[in-house]
Ligand binder design. Structure first.
Ligand SMILES: C[S@@+](CC[C@H](N)C(=O)[O-])C[C@H]1O[C@@H](n2cnc3c(N)ncnc32)[C@H](O)[C@@H]1O
Length: 155
């Protein structure tokens, strides 16, 4: 996952809507995902992408050393013109379970600052209905499942 667009903001002490989120198994290919158990208005803080804050270089090193499954919890982003990564491999946060959707995302990740450190917050970008899967755009065209979708359309 990457964050290429400039989405840096200051934390406004928002309380998150985590009580309206649940993790559910989807299928063997996609694994689990995060779903809304109540309707959520546009612009709400859903949760954070919690994990260990590391440099981009350390993120790349871990990417090489992790198995495919573990490596999928590395989130690369820019903060104050420097490149960072949050490694959520060992996090218990729900944010790490949000899946990719580049066509119709209903949330987005914003880099915010707390005590001089960057954090990743996930906000709803439209009204989210009960039962909907929470998803944001990973901004990584190379992810394999997007190719699977294109192949399905083409054939
Ligand atoms: C940050 S994890 C999200 C949680 C994951 N689904 C799980 O059960 O652990 C990212 C991984 O989820 C899967 N994933 C995310 N979005 C997907 C999508 N749109 N289609 C298929 N798999 C997806 C991929 O395996 C990806 O490496």
């Amino acid at each position: 996952m990457r964050l290429r667009k400039k989405t840096v903001g200051n934390v406004k002490q928002n309380t998150s809507c985590e009580e309206k989120l649940e993790v559910k198994f989807i299928d063997c290919y996609k694994g689990s995902g995060v779903f809304a158990v109540g309707s959520i208005a546009k612009g709400k803080l859903l949760t954070h992408y919690e994990g260990e804050l590391i440099s981009k270089e350390e993120g790349n090193r871990r990417h090489e050393s992790y198995s495919n499954r573990d490596g999928s919890f590395l989130f690369f982003f820019k903060y104050k013109k420097k490149n960072f990564c949050i490694d959520a491999t060992h996090s218990s946060g729900i944010g790490r379970m949000v899946n990719d959707n580049h066509k119709k995302p209903n949330s987005k990740v914003v880099v915010e600052e707390v005590d001089g450190h960057p954090i990743l917050s996930i906000y709803s970008i439209r009204l989210i209905h009960t039962g909907e899967e929470i998803c944001f755009d990973y901004q990584d065209p190379s992810v394999p499942w997007r190719k699977v979708c294109i192949d399905k359309v083409d054939t």
